[in-house]
Design a protein around this ligand. Structure first.
Ligand SMILES: [Zn+2]
Length: 231
């Protein structure tokens, strides 16, 4: 007799690359002037029959400006991820704050950032900030998803200036299933020994043992009550 196996819902998240917060025209002008000075300096050094005295200075200034433009035009902000797994910071390795592990989402009016505070998968404190200048869509999606999932924890003013979330399918990435074995049931503290025993809240990703699934998750989302027929 075929037994229907309980399967996790497919998980997705969006990945956002930082944008330069500097004026792109200014960056191009500085970079362009730097490149021209480099070119003129090199030309003077290599081809001018009578090299003029400014050549080394031009080369140095050109290289300096060019380097400055690259530095100035590249944001130091990390890649951010927002989705079913919570809010993640991606610096090669990804650390995420699951929605149920978020302690608060606030607005930093000085840096113009949406700030997510909570604990990561390893139960370490983690703060993820999305600056509207460099990560406008990450900030927008954090707010949009948080207001749908954990609205009580969001204290960002409506007029903060965070843009509307834009549904760009090229941002979307599939996620691996949540690793549930070894996690503890949020209701009974019972350890999950087998993957099929786990029931996951799709809103906040709290994990419950199948024998202790509440009618409502601690986040307020209704939990499907799956009655399993014993064999
Ligand atoms: Zn929940």
């Amino acid at each position: 007799m075929a037994k229907k196996r309980f399967r996790q819902a497919a998980r997705h998240e969006r990945r956002f690359f930082p944008q330069s917060s500097a004026n792109p025209i200014l960056v191009r002008v500085i970079g362009g002037v730097g490149a021209m000075a480099l070119g003129a300096g090199a030309w003077g050094q290599l081809f001018a029959t009578e090299p003029f005295k400014a050549t080394p200075w031009l080369l140095a200034a050109g290289a300096g400006l060019f380097g400055f433009a690259i530095w100035f035009g590249t944001s130091g902000d990390p890649v951010l991820r927002v989705g079913d797994g919570g809010v993640g910071i991606d610096r090669g390795t990804i650390r995420r704050i699951a929605w149920h592990a978020v302690t608060g989402i606030t607005w930093d009016s000085e840096k113009k950032s949406v700030v997510v505070k909570g604990r990561d998968e390893a139960d370490q404190e983690l703060t993820v900030a999305a600056r509207v200048a460099s990560q406008p869509q990450a900030a927008a999606w954090i707010l949009k998803e948080a207001r749908e999932r954990i609205a009580d924890l969001v204290s960002v003013p409506e007029d903060a200036g965070v843009p509307e979330a834009v549904d760009d399918p090229t941002d979307l990435l599939p996620m691996d299933p949540l690793q549930v074995v070894g996690k503890r049931c949020a209701a009974s503290n019972r350890s999950i020994a087998y993957e099929p025993d786990a029931r996951i809240c799709t809103r906040c990703e709290r994990v419950y043992h199948k024998d202790y699934v509440p009618k409502k998750c601690a986040c307020g989302a209704p939990m499907p009550q799956v009655k399993e027929k014993s064999a």
